[in-house]
Design a protein. Structure first.
Length: 286
């Protein structure tokens, strides 16, 4: 018996390094590892856990926002990291017909397909504690859903504010809206697509009309990861808002925790000033 226990302990310790790549069942705390977290399910687990907690607590209008692809700032250049994400994550997980190839619909619309992937990853979280809700994914982005053969818990797809998508709506259905556009139309989307008492997630909105952190329309920022000058701002429901410094080696360090949502200009200034204090002009992070 002692030998068996010792063997199990040795096996467990030998695999600690591997297990550390995907921290815990909820993805762990704080900013996901840059950019391994996009590949090893850490980011997906964090976002899904935060959304599930928000839905369970009674939140109905929810925002989730993070870079849908690693190294988003250079996605238009088709960097090797972007290509890797499209090839080994999106093409395989979504089972996209034809896969990821130069000039393919997937490669030309990488962000749009990435948002579908993340919607698939958080779909189970919006189904509620009983897991019995249908989940609709709506978008106006260039996605050929007919080429996607694996959508997991997503029960239907459609176009935002289209007559067809409105007509197909049903009771007991949660909505995930991809890149929904300016906040001024969010309530219109809710009125058009959401049944009374059901949740909606505005996922990875690329357009800010407030130029600030999160939204100004009362949607709960359940999971939020935004690059700022020399660092990141992060929040996972029900936790606090946090500012992280990104160091020259690509690692991050928690600098400050806020009791309430900070203004973008304030948190950006704090992180930028700390970066300059430590590294002067030698921190080449964005």
């Amino acid at each position: 018996m002692k030998y068996i226990l010792l063997s199990l302990l040795v096996f467990s310790c030998a695999n600690c390094k591997t297990a550390a790549f995907v921290p815990f069942i909820d993805g762990g705390k704080g900013v996901p590892k840059l950019y391994d977290g996009w590949f090893d399910n850490q980011l997906a687990k964090q976002a899904a856990t935060a959304v599930a907690k928000a839905v369970s607590s009674g939140k109905k209008n929810i925002e989730v926002n993070f870079p849908p692809v690693p190294n988003l700032e250079e996605v238009r250049f088709g960097t090797s990291l972007n290509q890797k994400f499209g090839t080994i994550i999106l093409a395989k997980d979504l089972k996209v017909k034809g896969g990821y190839k130069p000039g393919s619909d997937l490669s030309r619309n990488l962000v749009a397909y990435s948002n579908v992937y993340w919607a698939k990853k958080i779909a189970s979280a919006v189904k509620g504690p009983m897991g019995n809700k249908q989940v609709a994914v709506l978008t106006n982005e260039r996605v050929a859903f007919s080429d996607i053969q694996s959508l997991g818990d997503v029960s239907r797809t459609g176009t935002i504010l289209s007559k067809k998508s409105r007509a197909e709506g049903r009771n007991n259905e949660a909505i995930i809206c991809l890149n929904p556009g300016g906040e001024e139309q969010w309530q219109k989307i809710v009125s058009a697509h959401v049944s009374p008492g059901e949740p909606i997630v505005m996922l990875n909105n690329a357009y800010s009309t407030s130029y600030d952190v999160g939204n100004q329309k009362g949607f709960e920022e359940a999971y939020y990861l935004k690059r700022i000058s020399k660092g990141w701002i992060y929040r996972a429901f029900p936790g606090p808002w946090q500012a992280y410094l990104e160091k020259p080696d690509g690692s991050v360090e928690l600098l400050k925790t806020y009791k309430t949502k900070p203004a973008l200009r304030d948190v950006s200034a704090e992180v930028r000033e700390e970066s300059f204090k430590r590294y002067a002009i030698f921190n080449d992070r964005f």
